[in-house]
Design a binder for this molecule. Structure first.
Ligand code: ZN
Ligand code: FE
Length: 257
């Protein structure tokens, strides 16, 4: 297969990213979530694309708030987590955990990743080595546990970690600098983290996006993926604790940071 999925990313609202994906052969365009209708319309106009699909990660207003207005205007097909069909407006094609579907010539697999919300789903384009991860994982961070448990979130993050290291993760928010500042407080001896923080600070000084990120970088620098790291455990005084307990402690500290 030679077709290539084009991803167009744009900042919107205060710290969200919008994503349009485009299959040029079949002339299909999907918006990953609907944070901001006018920003999405501007992006579509700029690219000369017509919206044919919406693919939702979760029910929060900054992810599904524009669904109905865009559907009304474009008659697009809305794809979203079956788990959250009650809370995400306009779903036409509900997706179950592990279910594959086609976006044009591309195979997509949806995975249920509860934690941030109970119905959250991420979408893996395996052949393209990219994934849209909503508010499950961020650069050096992870979503707040608004609805799910630490156990659920660590399983969701483990699922993401099982993908190939070179996978590009498109996260829905630019939270990177704050995440790095926090990460240093629990993993301050980590040279990869220290170096990445300074790279990120340089990028953000120029307002350059730090998204997407690559999975192997997250494995080295994201404290929420590192709950079995000995240095982190030592620092927290949690040498004997389970991974979930360490994860929960790091998440609590971040919530209070
Ligand atoms: Zn959210
Ligand atoms: Fe969000």
């Amino acid at each position: 297969m030679n077709a290539q999925l084009e991803v167009h990313m744009f900042p919107c609202l205060s710290d969200n990213y919008g994503f349009l994906i485009h299959d040029s052969e079949e002339n299909l365009t999907a918006s990953i979530d609907t944070p901001d209708v006018s920003a999405i319309e501007d992006a579509l106009n700029q690219k000369g694309w017509e919206l044919t699909h919406i693919i939702n990660t979760h029910h929060h207003y900054d992810h599904a708030g524009g669904n109905l207005e865009l559907k009304k205007k474009t008659n697009c097909i809305i794809i979203g987590p079956a788990e959250d069909i009650e809370r995400i407006p306009g779903i036409d094609l509900p997706i179950e955990h592990g279910q594959e579907f086609k976006f044009g010539s591309f195979e997509v697999k949806g995975f249920h990743t509860p934690g941030h919300t109970t119905g959250h789903m991420v979408y893996h384009f395996e052949s393209e080595k990219i994934a849209f991860v909503g508010d499950t994982i961020f650069v050096m961070g992870c979503g707040r546990l608004f609805e799910g448990t630490p156990q659920q979130m660590i399983e969701s993050l483990d699922l993401i970690m099982s993908w190939p290291d070179e996978t590009l993760l498109y996260c829905a928010h630019e939270y990177t600098q704050a995440n790095a500042e926090f990460a240093i407080t629990v993993d301050g001896m980590n040279q990869d983290l220290i170096q990445r923080k300074s790279e990120v600070d340089d990028l953000r000084r120029e307002l350059i996006p730090t998204v997407p990120t690559q999975l192997h970088l997250e494995k080295k620098t994201n404290p929420f993926l590192r709950s079995d790291d000995q240095e982190i455990r030592m620092g927290l005084g949690m040498m004997e604790s389970t991974r979930t307990e360490v994860f929960a402690e790091i998440r609590n500290r971040k919530d209070q940071f």
